[in-house]
Design a protein around this ligand. Structure first.
Ligand SMILES: *[C@@H]1O[C@H](CO)[C@@H](O)[C@H](O)[C@H]1NC(C)=O
Ligand SMILES: *[C@@H]1O[C@H](CO)[C@@H](O)[C@H](O)[C@H]1NC(C)=O
Ligand SMILES: *[C@@H]1O[C@H](CO)[C@@H](O)[C@H](O)[C@H]1NC(C)=O
Ligand SMILES: *[C@@H]1O[C@H](CO)[C@@H](O)[C@H](O)[C@H]1NC(C)=O
Ligand SMILES: *[C@@H]1O[C@H](CO)[C@@H](O)[C@H](O)[C@H]1NC(C)=O
Ligand SMILES: *[C@@H]1O[C@H](CO)[C@@H](O)[C@H](O)[C@H]1NC(C)=O
Ligand SMILES: *[C@@H]1O[C@H](CO)[C@@H](O)[C@H](O)[C@H]1NC(C)=O
Ligand SMILES: *[C@@H]1O[C@H](CO)[C@@H](O)[C@H](O)[C@H]1NC(C)=O
Ligand SMILES: *[C@@H]1O[C@H](CO)[C@@H](O)[C@H](O)[C@H]1NC(C)=O
Ligand SMILES: *[C@@H]1O[C@H](CO)[C@@H](O)[C@H](O)[C@H]1NC(C)=O
Ligand SMILES: *[C@@H]1O[C@H](CO)[C@@H](O)[C@H](O)[C@H]1NC(C)=O
Ligand SMILES: *[C@@H]1O[C@H](CO)[C@@H](O)[C@H](O)[C@H]1NC(C)=O
Length: 801
């Protein structure tokens, strides 16, 4: 069947056999990953939107809401999704009360801790563009959004649950955020309209500096009764505004409660509802009000909700899936929810950046590129190249005005660098895959190149938030010594192993860019530095678990300035030993969020050399099996993604497919817990999506490793070229026993390589995989394997743009 036939079929189809259009949305469950560390934001947002509305809880609140039974403290308008550490944003929450006990203003509750109210269990409903929940106070809160504006519909009970109260709703707006990081703020209420607006300066959740945000709340549905402000636990109808300055430096854990309120008469409508429209802006209160008035002029909840649904339908329709006979709904829900979560961040703040004047797009919440380079940006490049191009322009513009590419960035602030300068990888990935389209779309590759070379050559004063530390040693010794002498900048002198192997890969990506841009001398230099991973490899290092040898020899190890190897138990910081001892803390060890066992596999640029160093393909496969089966690997940290597929490089693509199925659905499923660890702005979601599509990238290279999709067939029509790429399983088996490629054809010609390039997505084509019950010879020969630095003829091969 030709792709066009599939599309036509999809258009007519029974929803069971073919997923496209609005029926996709029923397979998105935003509540997946809202408990046990997933930290997913399950509220209402547009794709990459700035306004993100949800109920905030006093439990696990990194993403605002959690399915953990904790109490609800308010409803706020901006969030990040899936991040670790401290919660992010959640500024200026609204909190509704149906009436004050005894109708006394002072009997309403104002501070966050006092007002927190239980949810009614089981009432949280989340769909793309919509979230609702019912409170123990009998109030139902629904929310939807446009780009910069949240729209809430609070439905009040006829009889308030508050003692001796009559229905006279009070809605307060609180000058606070989720991490209670307020530095200062001001708020005012307009007594004639009930409008509450204000500004606050807050701290970013994983970075330095501060940011100022503004909001503007208007109400509809009930006559204004009175208005005022509150401070601590007291409220009054005079004055109509207040300002709070920094609270003696005492910003944590409690800041002084402060805010404003508007009280209403009973709502006009029979539904007892009041609508609250909240615009946000980083520029000014006037712009926050303007955003709200322009985007939601009529307070039409259903129209805004319908438009949000349509935006999601359009975004998710980039891929059409024919699930195949016997594929159950939960398998489809895992997939579509993954694609959905990978389309929440980075957030489009274009027109909302107060830091510099520019006509370039501005995206924020690159949170963090250490996580997102491994699958998020690759997925966006396939499904929504227009957005990826705008994100690349934004990264380059950040470099222009901040002097450095970010490794992590949120809320207009510089975030903490976890390893290398991994924006280099994102830029190279886009250059190799969509470089020409991106140039036509406004990407200035020369400036991009200048930016990545600065990462490689210039050490910043504070390499904790940009660039790389230890560059002098890196250049002189060709590794980052564990006892580095680095008087050139400030940062945590930890992670010498992981930073070394990341710098090597970052330099490989810079070399690819240099090569593509015709700078042969630089390409040679950086391809040379790409081999420095070897300098941390101690061929004599063994590994034991509880005194029993694992029988593998040769691991990355710390190395001193004098060239001698130090020692870090290769299993340290794996789930088997001190799993949580390798974070961004001064006493962190030499690997970041993972063990030397795991990092030993991190040579994405030269798997052929790594395989040789580890004793050849068979020994490599045995070791990779051990990594997956011994408990040493945690799939919930992003460095674990590529090892699922590294069998491809040893000529065993069948084992990659088996591995993929071992993690889905066992570790990625439709339960509320259904994500292993933080979603990290959609990193886990994009891993699931790419894995189920069977085209996992080696990000930073024009390489997709082929495994059979979890569906019978999918198609993607490139939004720029208009061409359609289709992958089809023949002999598809929904029980996933027959997951072994026996043979493949690309556009009806035999296709023996176990990998594809992005040309497949740009130019379209049909890849047909014939499946069987046993591993075959397909994709196993040397010439079938993906490229490695040491085996590729750069300049004549596929690295050319
Ligand atoms: C609601 O669920 C939480 C746990 O999620 C539980 O602790 C609480 O007792 C439940 N409340 C009711 C009223 O069932
Ligand atoms: C939630 O609020 C209820 C009622 O105010 C209170 O009894 C309960 O302890 C709170 N739960 C938590 C987890 O704070
Ligand atoms: C309700 O008001 C009545 C009369 O003013 C009073 O006696 C009673 O205590 C109040 N109930 C509560 C729960 O406050
Ligand atoms: C609020 O705090 C920020 C950051 O410290 C500062 O730049 C700003 O001037 C302060 N604003 C007021 C009104 O105090
Ligand atoms: C505020 O508005 C209310 C309702 O319109 C009105 O009764 C009251 O007099 C106003 N207060 C001031 C200070 O204008
Ligand atoms: C309240 O608003 C008035 C009028 O705009 C202004 O003069 C005053 O400084 C404000 N007060 C505070 C505490 O912000
Ligand atoms: C190592 O031994 C300890 C103590 O006997 C045991 O708790 C632990 O599970 C063992 N670890 C492994 C990976 O076998
Ligand atoms: C290591 O090799 C020895 C000798 O062949 C064997 O007895 C032992 O089971 C092996 N250990 C592991 C962890 O595979
Ligand atoms: C190299 O330096 C380390 C750390 O200072 C030291 O322990 C080791 O003995 C030195 N090796 C040699 C050969 O000097
Ligand atoms: C390893 O973990 C144990 C407790 O889990 C802790 O006491 C010890 O300090 C940790 N070691 C290091 C080097 O972090
Ligand atoms: C779902 O995924 C979670 C997180 O990885 C895992 O802990 C749980 O066991 C899985 N549940 C099922 C039923 O597979
Ligand atoms: C497939 O492999 C199994 C053992 O794994 C074997 O029993 C079976 O005969 C094989 N089937 C074919 C068609 O080779």
């Amino acid at each position: 069947m030709a792709p066009s036939t599939l599309l036509a079929l999809c258009a007519l189809a029974s929803t069971v056999l073919c997923q496209s259009g609005s029926n996709i949305l029923s397979f998105v469950d935003p509540l997946i990953g809202t408990v046990n560390g997933g930290h997913v934001f399950p509220g209402a947002t547009l794709p990459f939107g700035m306004a993100k509305a949800v109920a905030d809880v006093d439990g696990e609140d990194q993403g605002g809401f959690a399915s953990d039974g904790s109490n609800i403290t308010g409803f706020s308008h901006m969030h990040d999704s899936g991040t670790g550490g401290s919660p992010s944003l959640g500024n200026f929450p609204l909190f509704p009360q149906a009436g004050c006990p005894d109708d006394e203003l002072d009997n309403c509750v104002f501070p966050k801790s006092a007002r927190a109210v239980p949810r009614i269990n089981g009432t949280a409903i989340a769909h793309p563009g919509y979230f609702s929940i019912e409170l123990a106070t009998g109030i139902k809160a629904e929310m939807t959004v446009t780009s910069h504006t949240a729209l809430y519909r609070f439905t009040f009970p006829e009889t308030p649950t508050e003692a001796n109260a009559t229905l006279s709703p009070l809605i307060l707006a609180d000058l606070s955020d989720l991490p209670q990081s307020r530095i200062n703020g001001s708020i005012a209420v307009d007594n004639s309209t009930g409008r509450i607006s204000g500004s606050g300066t807050f701290s970013p959740s994983f970075g330095i500096g501060s940011y100022t945000l503004h909001f503007c709340a208007d109400f509809q549905g009930a006559a204004i009764r009175d208005t005022g402000v509150f401070m601590n636990n007291r409220a009054g109808s005079e004055p109509k505004n207040l300002s709070v300055v920094q609270d003696g430096g005492n910003i944590s854990p409690e800041i002084l409660p402060a805010g404003a309120w508007t009280r209403f008469h009973a709502p006009h409508g029979a539904d007892n509802a009041i609508l609250a429209r909240v615009g946000v802006s980083f520029i000014s209160v006037a712009q926050a009000c303007g955003n709200a008035e322009r985007e939601i002029p009529a307070f039409d909840f259903d129209a805004v909700h319908t438009a949000a649904r349509q935006a999601w339908t359009d975004t998710l329709s980039a891929i059409k899936v024919k699930p195949g006979q016997g594929v159950d709904a939960s398998t489809q829900t895992i997939f579509w929810s993954g694609v959905y979560r990978a389309s929440i961040s980075p957030q489009d703040y274009t027109g909302e950046n107060p830091l510099w004047d520019s006509t370039e797009p501005y995206y924020d919440s690159y949170y963090c590129i250490w996580d997102s380079f491994r699958s998020i940006h690759s997925l966006i490049t396939i499904l929504d190249p227009g957005s990826q191009i705008r994100m690349i322009r934004s990264l380059i513009d950040i470099y222009r005005h901040e002097g450095w590419l970010p490794d992590c960035r949120m809320s207009l602030c510089k975030g903490f660098t976890q390893g290398g300068s991994n924006a280099d990888i994102v830029l190279a990935d886009a250059y190799l895959k969509i470089g020409a389209l991106a140039a036509a779309g406004g990407v200035d590759w020369q400036t991009a190149y200048e930016a990545v070379v600065k990462d490689a050559e210039v050490e910043p004063e504070n390499w904790g938030v940009q660039g790389r530390g230890g560059l002098t040693s890196w250049k002189a010794l060709h590794y980052v010594p564990t006892d580095d002498y680095d008087p050139h900048g400030v940062g945590l002198f930890t992670r010498s192993i992981s930073r070394t192997v990341e710098y090597a890969y970052d330099d490989f990506c810079i070399a690819e860019l240099a090569h593509g841009l015709g700078n042969a001398a630089d390409a040679d230099k950086y391809f040379g530095r790409a081999e420095y991973w070897r300098n941390m490899f101690n061929p004599a290092q063994t590994s034991t678990i509880n005194g029993t040898s694992t029988n593998f020899t040769g691991f990355l190890q710390p190395r001193f300035l004098n060239g001698t190897f130090g020692h870090q138990d290769p299993i340290f910081c794996s789930p088997l030993l001190n799993f949580t001892s390798c974070y961004l803390n001064p006493d962190g060890l030499e690997t970041y969020e993972g063990s030397a066992w795991l990092y030993t596999f991190f040579v994405p640029q030269d798997q052929a050399s790594l395989i040789a160093a580890l004793g050849g393909p068979q020994a490599f496969v045995t070791r990779l099996d051990y990594l997956h089966e011994s408990g040493l690997l945690y799939i919930g940290d992003e460095q674990a993604f590529l090892p699922v597929y590294q069998y491809h490089y040893a000529g065993r693509p069948a084992k990659s497919a088996v591995r993929a199925h071992s993690y889905i659905p066992a570790q990625f499923n439709t339960t509320r817990v259904g994500i292993p660890g933080n979603d990290d702005s959609g990193a886990m979601g994009s891993f699931v999506a790419l894995t189920m599509m069977g085209v996992f990238p080696n990000p930073g290279q024009d390489v997709y490793l082929i495994t059979p999709p979890f569906f019978e067939e999918w198609s993607i029509t490139n939004e720029i070229t208009g061409k359609t790429a289709t992958v089809r399983n023949l002999n598809f088996d929904a029980s996933y026993r027959d997951i072994y490629v026996q043979k493949a054809t690309l556009d009806r010609e035999p296709y023996a390589r176990n990998w594809l390039t992005h040309a497949f997505f740009l130019e379209g084509g049909v890849l047909e995989l014939t499946l069987g019950a046993n591993e075959s010879a397909w994709g196993t020969r040397g010439e079938d394997l993906p490229p490695s630095l040491s085996t590729s003829h750069l300049g004549t091969g596929h690295y050319q743009l």
